[in-house]
Design a protein around this ligand. Structure first.
Ligand SMILES: [Zn+2]
Length: 328
């Protein structure tokens, strides 16, 4: 077993007031909750956007919620304060099975390799470790079986990884002194996690594209295997290994956290957001290929921050190349 712990230092806390939203759990493995067609993705009614027509009015939270996502993460605000460093969890190398104590605010990504399935929607009842390539009609997505062992650890809370998907361009925007123009990144990757009690946590990774960057091999595999038809699974290939941890940028500095919502209808609030400061570098052609699969932008526009605060997490740990047991 080889475990690499990557400690990521960060800067401080961007302090804003945070009122805790209700814990909503409208997103899980089932086909029903993710929608059979395009009805689970759209923008707020009344906001000019090419996708307005797809917004079902029944999802009231999208229109009236006060803790909606995405947001502009504004680092130029005067409310930045420095938090004390959070000590990283101590590993007991002589006993790798033992779970170390975790600090209440610790944050650890512990993803595992998985194997593709051709079972399509049947994967939701699969107890084994498997995933499927999916075209939801509004995102290129990789959905995991219930037996997938990858997870996000937030303090003592365990959030199993349910799926990840891509947006082009990015949904969140980072505003800094150097980048005051609110320019989005070319893309954003969302790792969606759900606790057993339904609580949701999403890890966001920006995609920075350039013709000078190398092609990302994992993204290549996803693009090649996602069916071009909307609302479809890849039912052809199975047995392809995929390690989502390889989509986490290794040079990340810190993580912005705030309370938000799903960015697709039903726009449920109570979602804990963790947005990495450093982007994953991908070749420009890959962004175009992602975009071409959906044939339209699939980003929700930034929402009002209202009275929310964004915190900067000091320590994010990512287990790369961890030797996981396949299955539970
Ligand atoms: Zn998303």
């Amino acid at each position: 077993m080889k475990t690499y712990l990557m400690k990521i230092a960060s800067l401080g806390t961007l302090s804003i007031l945070l009122t805790s939203p209700l814990g909503a759990s409208d997103w899980n493995h089932t086909e029903e909750s993710q929608g059979r067609d395009g009805t689970l993705w759209a923008n707020i009614p009344g906001v000019p956007n090419e996708n307005d027509a797809q917004m079902p009015l029944v999802f009231a939270a999208c229109a009236v919620g006060s803790h909606q996502s995405p947001i502009a993460i504004n680092l130029t605000k005067k409310t930045i304060t420095v938090n004390p460093m959070i000590p990283p969890p101590q590993r007991q190398d002589n006993n790798p099975q033992a779970e170390p104590e975790r600090h209440a605010d610790s944050l650890e990504v512990r993803y595992a390799p998985s194997i593709s399935s051709a079972e399509g929607s049947g994967i939701s009842t699969d107890d084994g470790n498997a995933y499927v390539f999916r075209n939801t009609g509004h995102a290129v997505q990789v959905s995991f079986s219930k037996g997938y062992p990858g997870k996000l650890l937030v303090g003592k809370d365990v959030y199993p990884l349910v799926q990840f998907h891509f947006h082009t361009p990015s949904e969140h925007i980072v505003v800094t002194d150097k980048l005051p123009a609110r320019k989005p990144y070319e893309g954003e990757l969302h790792f969606v996690h759900q606790r057993e009690d339904g609580g949701l946590a999403v890890l966001g990774v920006f995609l920075d594209a350039s013709k000078h960057y190398a092609e990302n091999p994992i993204l290549k595999k996803i693009i090649e295997n996602t069916p071009p038809e909307h609302n479809a699974y890849n039912t052809g290939d199975s047995g392809l290994p995929l390690d989502p941890s390889k989509l986490i940028p290794v040079e990340n500095e810190h993580v912005f956290t705030y309370a938000g919502s799903l960015t697709t209808p039903p726009c449920s609030e109570g979602v804990s957001w963790y947005v990495m400061s450093e982007p994953l570098k991908v070749h420009s052609d890959q962004i175009k290929q992602l975009h071409d699969i959906l044939k339209s932008n699939n980003n929700r526009i930034v929402q009002n921050t209202n009275s929310r605060t964004v915190q900067i997490h000091k320590d994010l740990q990512v287990d790369h190349d961890r030797d996981y047991h396949m299955g539970r």
